[in-house]
Ligand binder design. Structure first.
Ligand code: GLC
Length: 650
């Protein structure tokens, strides 16, 4: 361990054991640990999905935790109300505290993917995905977003979010590129500390994990963004030094900020699944880096460690996983682990260490002394979910995330202009939001699923209202009568999540040629165009850039589409009201196969470099005509034959 620690430059853990609160935590932990049978200890190590485990199951098996996976909600109702979420949280809490006649059972933990706002919940504020927040380069903003998200999560009675994602993304073909802040560790490290603090509060302060705060998760440990060819759940072949120096900074910063949970990644390192990697999970994370919270598996991730599920379960727990996130069959996993514990395949010392960590996190979160969720401060605050202040914060985040790649002089727009909004993203809040929104993949949503949202078109209509201008919606770009003064063509990737978003190359028009046709038709008719590109990654869009007078990258902006118009229009005095401030946190490819492409590469030659972004102060900055030969011509955009690392029954 000493040798590992020296190589990993161990950091001091954030929570000082001498703190009075830590001494109280230790007493609670030891008292409850002593009171638990081996069956109850195993129950504490199981996290079941709310669709598969009732509150009664939680009581009977002393389940340590539940989660709602992407798209899962009370009674499977996508439009479940805050009261519905809260009632279910109360039911699980009450059941977990009940132990015979007493009420001193171990309280249950509920985890959710509030990864860009509380985005599973109807009416919640959906913030830009991390790739856009990376472009904003604003760590104060990150802390505010995290705190606002925590308030919305607490309002629904939930204790824990599986965020932030701390991936340093090295190949943009990866379907989770947009969940990362950047390709470079500097931003990931800076943001990690701010987001964890925004979610949990300042470690060691009285308010730490107090009212209005939730547990955070550093995920996915370690190096997930470096898989070969960007395959989700694939193999990472980089050196240990690269893992340490390129990928571990965010996790170290999160640990130093007091993060209480870490999620293991689905990927493997040099052919060994992280979920079974004792060196990484125990030697490095818990030993060298001093992490004393709990390690949670990813969705059935432990099952990938070996063919036999009972063997896999034991290998994963022995490697350092403390809490098993079970997609469906939690009873089987419970039986598997109990049998392996009784047989001594998983030593009782490992079981006790895992349960100690789980109890420690619950005690630090104050759960042993908290009332039921609905009676906690900030819980049940229906006004918190989609609060106007949160929406304004999200709109500010949208403004700050926009990156201007080209401005042929058509921006900023006058508010008395006649504007036509074209493209399938113009009035499509679901497309604005991307994956991890109401549903796992972010698909199947329409505008009335977002009562507290605004489409980009609605933002334009708001901008010209009463100013003598007009905003007309025409997704096809067709119009009759006089030509518009300018056409805004909003297009981009359709929502996806995880491996479903893996691509074989970065050519946009290879899987959607419609926007280019629309842009070219406007050009033929002499109508100036502004492209607004919705994407979870940089893509090869040279033809679309050539056909646009201005090109704005909006990433996946979330529910506050009005933030786009805020920047594209002049203010009342005719000056730009908000200038572009977004700067690329991912390098932009010169051609469709130009990946991996990362700042610092020896032969680094992007179309637009890391840190690039124009502003109005730069004046007219056209680009010379770009090469339109598609290097990916004939290559399917999606690898139909990709053997997905894992497909889950969602
Ligand atoms: C998923 C993701 C992980 C998420 C978990 C629960 O498979 O990999 O990021 O937190 O399942 O939804």
């Amino acid at each position: 361990m000493r040798e590992i620690a020296s190589r990993w430059q161990a950091d001091a853990s954030a929570l000082d054991p001498a703190l009075p609160s830590e001494r109280k935590v230790a007493r609670i932990v030891e008292r409850h640990l002593r009171s638990l049978s081996v069956e109850k200890k195993v129950g504490q190590m199981i996290q079941a999905e709310i669709a598969n485990a009732t509150p009664m199951d939680a009581a009977e098996f002393a389940l340590g935790s539940v989660l709602n996976g992407g798209g899962s909600s009370p009674a499977g109702d996508k439009r479940a109300s805050v009261d519905d979420w809260l009632a279910l949280a109360d039911a699980y809490h009450d059941a977990s505290r009940r132990r015979g006649a007493s009420r001193d059972g171990v309280p249950i933990l509920w985890g959710t993917d509030a990864v860009h706002g509380h985005s599973n919940v109807y009416g919640a504020t959906v913030f830009p995905h991390n790739i856009g927040l990376g472009a904003a380069r604003d760590s104060d903003l990150m802390c505010c977003i995290a705190a606002a998200t925590a308030r919305e999560v607490v309002a629904t009675g939930i204790d824990w979010t599986f965020a932030p994602t701390l991936a340093v993304v090295r190949d943009d073909r990866w379907g989770r590129t947009y969940e990362g802040y950047s390709e470079h560790p500097e931003l990931v490290v800076e943001y990690a500390q701010r987001v964890v603090t925004g979610l949990q509060g300042v470690a060691g302060d009285p308010g730490f994990l107090g009212p209005g705060r939730v547990l955070a998760t550093a995920k996915h440990f370690l190096g997930e963004g470096h898989t070969t060819d960007g395959h989700d759940q694939g193999d990472v072949a980089c050196s240990e030094e690269t893992l340490r120096d390129l990928h571990a900074g965010g996790h170290r910063a999160a640990i130093a900020a007091g993060v209480q949970t870490v999620m293991a990644g689905f990927h493997s390192w040099h052919g060994t699944k992280v979920h079974g990697h004792e060196y990484l999970l125990t030697g490095v994370l818990k030993g060298a880096l001093g992490f004393d919270g709990l390690v949670v598996s990813d969705w059935d991730g432990y099952l990938q460690v070996a063919e036999d599920r009972r063997e896999a379960c034991a290998m994963s727990v022995n490697a350092g996983v403390d809490l098993l996130m079970v997609g469906v069959d939690w009873r089987q996993t419970y039986d598997d682990l109990l049998q392996q514990a009784v047989a001594g395949v998983v030593p009782m010392s490992r079981i006790d260490d895992a349960v100690r960590r789980i109890l420690r996190v619950k005690a630090r979160a104050g759960l042993f002394s908290s009332p039921r969720p609905s009676q906690r401060l900030c819980a049940g605050d229906r006004t918190a979910v989609g609060h106007p202040a949160h929406r304004e914060l999200a709109r500010r985040a949208v403004r700050e995330s926009l990156v201007l790649l080209k401005n042929g002089g058509v921006l900023p727009l006058r508010r008395d202009a006649n504007v036509l909004l074209a493209g399938d993203g113009a009035d499509n809040i679901g497309k604005q939001c991307g994956g991890w929104t109401l549903t796992w993949q972010g698909t199947g949503n329409d505008n009335d699923d977002f009562p507290n949202g605004m489409s980009i078109f609605e933002g334009f209509a708001q901008a010209v209202a009463g100013k003598g201008g007009t905003a007309t919606l025409s997704p096809s770009g067709e119009f009759t009568g006089p030509a518009p003064d300018v056409a805004i063509v909003v297009f981009g990737e359709n929502p996806y999540a995880e491996g479903d978003g893996d691509r074989r190359h970065l050519s946009f028009s290879a899987h959607d040629s419609e926007p280019l046709a629309i842009l070219r038709k406007f050009k033929e008719r002499g109508v100036p165009t502004v492209s607004v590109f919705l994407a979870g990654r940089p893509m090869w869009v040279n033809p679309e850039l050539n056909a646009s007078d201005a090109f704005v990258v909006a990433w996946l902006p979330g529910t506050e589409g009005g933030g786009v118009a805020d920047v594209l229009f002049r203010g009342p005095g005719g000056e730009p009201q908000h200038d572009f401030r977004g700067r690329l946190s991912y390098s932009w490819p010169r051609h469709a196969l130009h990946t991996p492409l990362n700042v610092g590469d020896i032969d680094y030659s992007p179309l637009f470099p890391y840190g690039f972004g124009l502003s109005y102060r730069d004046g007219r900055r056209d680009t010379s005509r770009l090469d339109e030969a598609d290097a990916a011509a004939g290559i399917p955009a999606v690898d139909e034959h990709r053997v997905s690392g894992w497909t889950y029954p969602r």
